[in-house]
Write a protein that binds this ligand. Structure first.
Ligand code: NAP
Length: 535
């Protein structure tokens, strides 16, 4: 859709990633007047923007896909266990075409303001390109990892070569052939991009501040028998996923690692390390995320893997993370550590010698200048809350969402914000979002939001809000769940610690999707406890 859009809609959806597309599909199917604004030129959300070399999903594709339509899941075939970005984007396009979603998606239309009209109980939305609409309800499906973080390196503008952030990757691709490349950042994006870039660069310098724990994805072409097994029993498997803490299917747990004889736990860890997904290791034991000693056994197992792969012992030690495994997002990789055995790859420890500036010719650290032709920033996101605050949202009494969230992204049930009525967040702060299978999580939240909207319609309610008191109560539940785990011990983007000046508060509900969904339902069933409904 190209022409500027005006008028009134019952529901406006922001974002045509997997959450937004599903919301749009459901709303269209029930004949609701709706439209979706998408900042990008195509569908797929994170899988539209993050097209850096090596970008690949870290949940098996048979799971990381929609469950809502049996024919869709039967007809679609994934080429690999863990599909690469182009295949996931192809899938997103297939879904958009199959369900006719493009008719109601406005592309290249970044929402740049949202203002709530308290008299009329409607939202006014505008986009950068000039669309102006009103809506009774807004569903923000803007993604948890969408607001790009470009650290304020002095001199970045003076760099004479090209630089690219992994999450704003040019559609036409980037050639590294014969170039001196620098990559800053070794989170999931860096870990996936580095082995690919090293293949053609004349030299690659990796600027690492914190090493990452990363597991092998052991990726393979999808075995047709395995695919058949899944497709024959998709309904049961999806049901099992829905009742799982992380909305995923993993092999059964082994109990507490601390209770095991060393030889037994080593054998189990070796088996899981070589299994279909390295993530199996992370969820195999029931004590590794809650007990520091248990965590250290798994962490040291992974450090020994690094030591066994990386031939230079000094480099190997620099690549060994020292925090509790799992408390920063664990990556899945294809040959990441082995990349440091290549002669054309150098690890630069910027914890030891910090980056001082970007110069016209490269990167200067406390140690000296590294000359580069091209620079890649794999420096992550203003995660979870950043994609919402940058929409310029004004709620009741002219309250700006940035001011509301200046001390932390308060919310109720991960979907509602007091003073911002009739706004539903998908994967917002306070929800399990990024720590569950995100397509399944979006399907659940969209269903919940639609159930609430239908119920409000039946009751003749025009406006749904919550209160600061109930935001505090929900935050207490979120923080209590986190306090049983080791998550709080490490500075991570889960708690906003990667962004200078962002308040540190843990933003993800880690009590499990089963508990989360139950709590959300309970509060509605208790006659909308914690909500404020106005006729
Ligand atoms: P990230 O995990 O936040 O990693 C950013 C990296 O940049 C970190 O190593 C960070 O170091 C470094 N960094 C940031 N600012 C820096 C500075 N000023 N100087 C030096 N280094 C700096 O971001 P990401 O790799 O894009 O991944 C974000 C999330 O996206 C992941 O955790 C994951 O949830 C998701 N993701 C998933 C996949 C997948 O499914 N396969 C792939 C990519 C991303 P510090 O750690 O010291 O801050």
């Amino acid at each position: 859709m190209n022409e500027l859009v005006t008028g009134h809609y019952k529901v406006v959806v922001i974002g045509a990633g997997f959450g937004g597309m599903y919301a749009l599909h459901r709303l269209r199917s029930e004949g609701t007047q709706t439209i979706c604004f998408e900042a990008g030129g195509g569908v797929g959300g994170t899988w539209y923007w993050n097209r850096y070399p090596g970008a690949r999903v870290d949940i098996e594709s048979m799971q990381y896909s929609y469950s809502f339509d049996e024919e869709l899941q039967q007809e679609w075939s994934w080429p690999e266990n863990f599909s690469a970005q182009p295949d996931i984007e192809r899938y997103a396009n297939h879904v958009a075409d199959r369900f006719g979603l493009r008719e109601d998606i406005v592309f290249d239309a970044r929402v740049n303001s949202m203002r709530f009209d308290e008299e009329a109980n409607i939202w006014h939305l505008t986009t950068e390109r000039g669309d102006e609409v009103t809506a009774h309800y807004v569903i923000s499906a803007t993604g948890s990892l969408d607001a790009t973080n470009v650290p304020g390196f002095p001199g970045l503008d003076s760099f004479e070569g090209d630089w690219h952030h992994t999450s704003q990757w040019p559609k036409e691709g980037v050639s590294f052939d014969g170039l001196r490349v620098g990559v800053i950042g070794t989170g999931s994006s860096g870990v996936q991009a580095i082995p690919e870039i090293a293949k053609t660069a004349s030299h690659l310098h990796v600027f690492q501040r914190t090493p990452a724990f990363t597991m092998p994805n052991n990726n393979q072409p999808l075995d047709p028998d395995y695919e058949r097994e899944w497709k024959d029993t998709y309904a049961e498997r999806r049901e099992a996923m829905r009742t799982d803490q992380g909305l995923s299917m993993f092999p059964p747990k082994y109990g507490a690692i601390l209770d095991m004889e060393p030889a037994v736990r080593e054998a189990i860890m070796e088996d899981l390390y070589a299994s279909r997904s390295g993530f199996n290791l992370l969820v195999a034991f029931n004590d590794t995320m809650v007990n520091a000693e248990a965590n250290e056994l798994l962490a040291e197992f992974m450090r020994n893997k690094i030591r066994s792969i990386v031939t230079d012992p000094v480099v190997a030690e620099k690549l060994c993370p020292r925090y509790a495994i799992g408390t920063k997002r664990v990556c899945l990789d294809s040959g990441y550590h082995a990349t440091y055995n290549r002669e054309n790859v150098t690890l630069v420890d910027v914890r030891e010698s910090p980056i001082e500036e970007i110069t016209p010719r490269g990167v200067r650290t406390a140690d000296g200048e590294y000359e580069l032709d091209i620079l890649v920033l794999a420096t992550g996101f203003d995660a979870v809350s950043g994609s919402l605050t940058r929409l310029n949202v004004t709620g009741v009494d002219g309250l700006d969402l940035r001011d509301k969230w200046k001390d932390g992204a308060t919310n109720y049930l991960g979907m509602f914000v007091a003073g911002f009525p009739n706004l539903f967040m998908i994967h917002g702060p306070g929800s399990p979002g990024v720590l569950a299978q995100m397509i399944a999580g979006a399907e659940w939240q969209v269903q919940y939001v639609l159930d609430v909207i239908h119920d409000l319609d039946t009751r003749g309610v025009q406006r749904i809000d919550t209160t600061a008191e109930w935001e505090n109560k929900w935050d207490a539940e979120v923080q209590t769940a986190a306090s049983y785990t080791l998550f709080g011990d490490t500075d991570s983007w889960y708690k906003g610690a990667n962004i200078e000046g962002k308040p540190k508060s843990f933003m993800v509900y880690v009590g499990g999707y089963d508990n989360y969904s139950r709590r959300c339902r309970e509060q509605v069933e208790a006659d909308y406890e914690g909500f404020v409904l106005s006729p």
